[in-house]
Ligand binder design. Structure first.
Ligand SMILES: *[C@@H]1O[C@H](CO)[C@@H](O)[C@H](O)[C@H]1NC(C)=O
Ligand SMILES: *[C@@H]1O[C@H](CO)[C@@H](O)[C@H](O)[C@H]1NC(C)=O
Ligand SMILES: *[C@@H]1O[C@H](CO)[C@@H](O)[C@H](O)[C@H]1NC(C)=O
Ligand SMILES: *[C@@H]1O[C@H](CO)[C@@H](O)[C@H](O)[C@H]1NC(C)=O
Length: 396
């Protein structure tokens, strides 16, 4: 069996109190609650063709020109600057760093031998973090499947790929990450209330129902019909309860409007099956900034508590988008952080099983769809600067 082996050491940190002028502080959170920030491999590492790394599907996607002509060939050059970046994490007071492992750097063809230089890099990064008492939280796959596996198997649609991704569980705590929205009915109608429930089933239930009850949500099975695969009894048993925690990415609260007409469409895909229209809270706002809705994050946590038995949750991503070159005085991001962290405290106090908060992102990095146009970072990097010097923003 091919496998990735990781030792993840969790260090209990001495808790420091942070005075940010709010009505709450670090001391209001449990000592083992963790505050960190995150990145992902393709978005920060650069060194795309160095030391044996081969392309992932994300390299291909970016080089197709879809991200405003930008790509992650160099990105933040984190691959070479990781020591400096870990020092910045110390300066920032981070207790943890969430990063991902580039599969095609570690195992260039996606299968077969481990690339010693790739392994060395991740070992070095982890050692650097641990020696500075920063917990490594490792993402094993962040949208960057090796292109070789895409070519050979057609990617994740092929069951065989599961065996390529299998790894041995050692120490640590294993979970999966969900991209969550909080949904609210657009109109005060029964149709929109049902549509909101359906949106939750499609966005969260698709993954959580099998993990909690061994079955896909009934609405999904009904609307997708024979296009929804069934689990065998054995599979159902195996997946049930097979996670230690949920990672949650939360950025937005959306209105949901019933769109049952899409069920009459001949060409049916997941959107047509979901049969809703999602409407942003600020549809045509002139800024790139997201509306700050801590109550939406609290809604998601409350939903996990009431519907899925309150599993341990880490907020893996939450942050504020701004124009990349705008300003180091990133007040909208400061206000967003403050609002969401306060909201989290309310959830905790009301019994939610939330264990940590990671703000996206540590650096201004290569964004999935925006390229380098917008950013979420605590540190600004001028892309015209050959040294790619990191500049702290107010949020840092
Ligand atoms: C929503 O509709 C119900 C039933 O028609 C009504 O009682 C309620 O006041 C309405 N709520 C709002 C916020 O309009
Ligand atoms: C925003 O969008 C709504 C509906 O799409 C439209 O009625 C309104 O005029 C728009 N407002 C601005 C300021 O563009
Ligand atoms: C607090 O938790 C209780 C029990 O789950 C729930 O009924 C209530 O709605 C929660 N409050 C908020 C503000 O979410
Ligand atoms: C950011 O500013 C730099 C330097 O002025 C400029 O070269 C670059 O094009 C700007 N990028 C964006 C996305 O505005």
């Amino acid at each position: 069996m091919e496998f990735l082996q990781f030792l993840i050491f969790f260090i209990i940190l001495v808790v420091k109190s942070v005075d940010c002028g709010n009505q709450f502080s670090r001391d209001d959170f449990p000592a083992d609650f963790v505050f960190g920030s995150g990145t992902s491999a393709y978005q920060v590492e650069g060194a795309a063709a160095e030391d044996g790394r081969t392309p992932s599907i994300w390299d291909t996607f970016a080089h197709s020109g879809i991200t405003h002509g930008a790509n992650g060939d160099v990105a933040c050059d984190h691959y070479h600057k990781y020591k400096e970046d870990v020092q910045l994490m110390v300066d920032t007071g981070l207790e943890a760093y969430r990063f991902s492992i580039s599969w095609s750097r570690l195992i260039p063809n996606g299968r077969g031998l481990v690339n010693p230089k790739g392994l060395q890099y991740y070992n070095n990064l982890i050692n650097e973090l641990i020696s500075h008492e920063i917990q490594p939280h490792v993402t094993l796959h962040h949208s960057d499947l090796p292109q070789a596996l895409e070519d050979e198997y057609g990617g994740w649609l092929n069951r065989k790929i599961v065996y390529k991704f299998s790894f041995e569980k050692q120490h640590g705590f294993l979970g999966l990450n969900l991209f969550a929205y909080w949904f609210v009915p657009f109109r005060n109608t029964t149709e929109d209330a049902i549509a909101t429930k359906r949106a939750n089933d499609f966005y969260l239930g698709w993954f959580l129902n099998p993990l909690v009850s061994g079955e896909y949500p009934i609405t999904m099975k009904k609307n997708a019909g024979s296009r929804m695969p069934d689990f065998t009894n054995l599979e159902s048993k195996q997946i049930k309860g097979s996670f230690d925690f949920l990672g949650v990415n939360f950025y937005n609260t959306l209105y949901v409007k019933d769109n049952s007409d899409s069920l009459k469409k001949e060409h049916r895909d997941v959107d047509a099956d979901m049969a809703v229209q999602l409407i942003p809270m600020l549809d045509n706002s002139s800024t790139v900034e997201f509306p700050v809705t801590p109550w939406g994050l609290q809604g998601v946590l409350e939903y996990f508590k009431q519907v899925y038995g309150n599993p341990p949750v880490y907020i893996h991503e939450n942050g504020q988008r701004m124009q990349r070159n705008s300003t180091l005085e990133d007040w909208p991001r400061v206000m967003s952080l403050s609002g969401y962290i306060e909201g989290l405290l309310h959830s905790l106090r009301n019994g939610s099983n939330v264990r940590g908060y990671f703000t996206w992102s540590f650096l201004d990095l290569f964004e999935m769809l925006d390229g380098y146009e917008s950013s979420y970072g605590l540190y600004y990097i001028d892309l015209d600067d050959p040294d790619l010097v990191r500049h702290p923003k107010l949020s840092a």
